[in-house]
Design a protein around this ligand. Sequence first.
Ligand code: G1P
Length: 294
Amino acid sequence: MATHSSKIRKAVIPAAGLGTRFLPATKAVPKEMIPIVDVPMIQHIVEEAVRAGIEDVILITARHKEAIENHFDYNYELEDTLDKKHKQELADVSRAIGKMCNLISIRQKNPMGLGHAVLCAEPVVGNEPFAVLLGDDLIDSRVPCTRQLVEIYEREHASVVGVMEVPKDEVSKYGIVGGKMLDPRTMHVDRLVEKPAPKDAPSRFAIPGRYVLSPAIFQCLKETRPGKGGEIQLTDGLQLLAEREKLLAYQFEGTRYDTGDRLGFIDATLAFALRRPELAEGVRQIMTKHLSGK
Ligand code: G1P
């Protein structure tokens, strides 16, 4: 069993990608800043981490991503102007984002893959377990998905990845786990394959971008050679981790939206807008209008 403390205080959020699936929107604006309704996607992700007890968010970033850092800072001119105009509620909304967490950013200077991005966080994470949240996956649940995984890590002292069941023809979009079911939701993982062909998939349990990992993953990632797409894959590093330590997969409770995909993004936008009391009725009317073709 690992000797480090098992309290999860840090989360790594890789955000160095170019966002090519969302061009032209992402030409000058980081894809993480594109909003679902009026909240940038990255804020939804950071809020999930904070609701899971995370204090320090380690953002793996790249050139031209300064807007993300600014978003989680105070904006004195804006907040002061809002104060003077007695728009206290809006000023508070802005300040609350600045207070949300400690944001530490690290540049991933070369795009060498998700595994490499996570490895960039080692100097800040050190010898502590930590969460990883990928920004293209929004998970809507009563108990935040990361919270569900943190509870398992703290109880079992074992790394854990969140999984969901996907149709066979979709396994090639994800990291897929295989192993022995311990209960209807939990698997002891002994195999992981990054984006397998359906015939090579060890199961239909896919990882939609939520992990709580022991710091032993860093050594595993250092030993991981480039895999799919010539990149250092986190999934391949996790295979090594599963050979050295206990690794669990947990079928989390919640609905996942693939906001990196245009249809998934529209799906999430409608779902989140319909939950806002001040917008729901208006959105329903707009949808009815479009569906009736008028
Ligand atoms: C990444 C990971 C993959 C994971 C997926 C979740 O792939 O490599 O294992 O299942 O995120 O969204 P990407 O979608 O960045 O190609």
